[in-house]
Design a binder for this molecule. Structure first.
Ligand SMILES: [Zn+2]
Length: 281
């Protein structure tokens, strides 16, 4: 397919109760998380089906095995399944063997439910240890979506950067892993959900202003680019926020040359195009 003027990727981190199980959360936090598979995800999937929009779902292993009907609905809608830890672990806090074990277990779980190995990985909390992305690449993933060194353009992840106060910075070499950049202003969670150091519960009009600002700027200044929005079913699935997501989709539809796409197919096309320009596969 011809590269659109701008591609929009709607991505959903389907955390459900994975994090609450690991942390031993109190009942109200569990119930907040349960809203995701119970209400948010079906509501989102209905909207995506109505709009004929393919999307990408980053799903912890615990969600895959605990809410099989939710996963079936995602697959039935033609959406992409990608990995997001098992119990929504903070990879920065884990040893390399533990990280490797989680990644392998997640890949197997996605293959078991979908028949296909996942292409994509997003670290829970976007939290990475210094070598996590080397492990992600070694586990066979084509892309990661946890970093923010670019906005509308994909790039190859560097491995082995060395930073020292005495000798400054020596950058490592690029690997094969492709990065799909993210950013806080394009994530529903820090804007809508209360948390340490923030009030959350933003008016949807404020979030829509941020997202439309990104959409219009990318459309004008980044031809062929990708705008990636990160959302969570337990967050964006609330009624007033769903109404905002509908407005965002309608605004994108009204602009010429905008397509909605899954990340795996966009990344695959980018890899082919990059290779055509003398880049690496
Ligand atoms: Zn998450």
């Amino acid at each position: 397919m011809e590269t659109p003027r701008l591609t929009v990727a709607l991505t959903f981190d389907h955390d459900a109760i994975s994090d609450s199980v690991r942390r031993g959360d109190p009942p109200v936090k569990f119930s907040h998380a349960e809203f995701g598979p119970r209400v948010g995800a079906p509501r989102i999937l209905e909207l995506l089906q109505r709009e004929a929009i393919p999307s990408t779902w980053f799903v912890p292993g615990h969600t895959l095995v605990t809410f099989p009907e939710s996963i079936e609905a995602i697959l039935a809608g033609g959406h992409e399944l990608a990995c997001h830890g098992w119990y929504h672990e903070d990879f920065a806090e884990l040893g390399e063997d533990e990280q490797r074990g989680i990644l392998e277990r997640c890949v197997t779980a996605v293959r078991d439910v979908s028949g296909m190995a996942p292409h994509g990985h997003r670290a829970p909390y976007w939290a990475l240890g210094s070598r996590t992305l080397e492990l992600v690449e070694a586990a066979g993933f084509a892309y990661d979506s946890s970093l923010m060194a670019d906005d509308y353009a994909l790039y190859r992840v560097r491995h082995g950067d060395v930073h020292t106060v005495a000798d400054g910075t020596r950058f490592g070499a690029e690997g094969a892993l492709v990065e799909v950049p993210v950013y806080w202003a394009l994530d529903d969670w820090p804007l809508f959900e209360p948390g340490p150091g923030r009030d959350g519960l933003a008016a949807p009009s404020r979030v829509l202003e941020l997202w439309l600002g990104e959409l219009r700027y990318a459309h004008e200044h980044a031809p062929g680019g990708l705008l990636t929005v990160t959302m969570h079913p337990e967050c964006v699935g609330r009624g007033h926020r769903m109404a905002m997501l509908e407005q965002f989709i309608a605004a994108a539809r009204a602009m010429p040359g905008i397509a909605f796409e899954r990340l795996d197919t966009y990344v695959e096309r980018w890899q082919v195009d990059t290779l055509g320009q003398g880049g690496r596969a």
